[in-house]
Design a binder for this molecule. Structure first.
Ligand SMILES: Cc1cc2nc3c(=O)[nH]c(=O)nc-3n(C[C@H](O)[C@H](O)[C@H](O)COP(=O)(O)O)c2cc1C
Length: 354
């Protein structure tokens, strides 16, 4: 591994990355995204690190069988320095672009152990962890973090440590841990990071569309955009971002294109041993996001969530997506149509409670 951040693909300025998402950004999902337009970088979902941890073979596949042609960073989550070093060494035996440390996960079972977002409460610990990893990782060492735990009081000090330990790339989810996935992303903190650290900064959080990507890049000066849930809803988003930055017409998918995407997702993410009902259940996790772009009333989401079999699921898809297949798939989620009510935010007046 060398320590140059790989350049963006093509002549366009900004970098793009698919955000790591547990149980989502595995090899089959990466292959689906590859079909519609790769980001410049992929990140694995996190490898858990503790005294007895071993590299999860399922996550390893997204490295060893990565056939997208794009680099993949291996993400770790943990707080024990000897175990993080042991895991980073083990990951170094595989064809990774670099090692990424998760300092943002908001799940209570994670942060209560001072892992993920929990680390943001302890600046001295971050100093030790980053110092130890920097010394032992020979190639790229990157960090993905939030702007704070329940306040942003440590933010400036943590940026100082990102610089002190020569982190090679910072992906910044512009929310606190307490915010979870709700509410606005605070991009002014991305700007602050860009102005404080020497490494490239990727802005993350609510990059809903290519238009939003261009605005956030202009407002913050960030080197690129990292996209998570909105790439599940709209797998064309990386291609669209590149087109928007290049100033050429941005591809507009239709409902018919979205129907093809569902078909590809269904086939690519199905493993031989997965029973049909379980696979339909898994599909609903993806379609929860996709449904935000189908109809403004959330009828597709309502009906999709009630299906149990492949036949039922595709009948709902055909009814909603093939009645007028040339109609445009919404560029941004329809207002009030939530992917997961109760989890994504307070249910606004008129929001869909499917
Ligand atoms: C289902 C799901 C799983 C996630 N898993 C991870 C993870 O393994 N590592 C990580 O750093 N962030 C994880 N995240 C956070 C995302 O990488 C990203 O920071 C967050 O979703 C905000 O970006 P978005 O608005 O583009 O989705 C996860 C998010 C979701 C929705």
């Amino acid at each position: 591994m060398n320590r140059e951040v790989p350049p963006p693909i093509g002549p366009y300025g900004s970098l793009t990355a698919l955000a790591p998402m547990q149980d989502v950004t595995n090899l089959p999902f990466m292959q689906v995204i590859h079909h519609y337009g790769d980001p410049d970088y992929y990140f694995t979902e996190y490898f858990r690190v503790h005294a007895h941890s071993r590299l999860d073979p399922h996550i390893l596949r997204s490295i060893t069988e990565n056939d997208t042609g794009r680099p993949v960073f291996a993400q770790m989550i943990g707080e024990s320095i000897p175990d993080l070093l042991r895991t980073a060494r083990a990951l170094g035996d595989y064809p990774i672009a670099g090692i990424d440390l998760n300092m943002g996960c908001p799940a209570p079972k994670i942060y209560k152990k001072n892992c993920g977002g929990g680390l943001l409460r302890d600046v001295a610990k971050i100093d030790n962890v980053l110092g130890a990893l920097r010394e032992s990782v020979p190639g790229l060492f990157t960090v993905k973090m939030r702007i704070g735990f329940d306040s942003t009081e440590n933010f400036a000090s943590i940026l100082g440590l990102i610089d002190k330990h020569e982190v090679d790339l910072l992906s910044l989810h512009a929310r606190t841990v307490r915010q979870g996935y709700r509410g606005e992303a605070h991009y002014s903190f991305v700007k602050q990071a860009v102005e404080s650290v020497r490494c490239p900064v990727l802005a993350n959080g609510n990059i809903l569309s290519a238009g939003r990507a261009v605005r956030v890049a202009a407002d913050t000066g960030c080197r690129g955009l990292m996209v998570g849930r909105h790439a599940i809803r709209n797998p064309w988003i990386f291609r669209q971002i590149r087109e928007a930055f290049a100033g050429i017409p941005v591809f507009r998918p239709t409902l018919g294109d979205a129907r093809d995407y569902i078909d590809r997702l269904y086939r690519t993410t199905r493993t031989g041993e997965c029973p049909e009902v379980a696979h339909v259940g898994k599909m609903k996790k993806y379609l929860n996001f996709l449904g935000q772009g189908v109809d403004p009333e959330g009828r597709f989401l309502f009906e999709m969530r009630r299906t149990r079999t492949e036949t039922e699921l595709f009948a709902v898809c055909d009814r909603h997506l093939l009645a007028d297949p040339g109609a445009f798939f919404a560029d941004e989620p329809y207002e009030g149509v939530l992917a997961r009510p109760n989890c994504e935010g307070p249910v606004a007046e008129g929001a869909v409670r499917a």
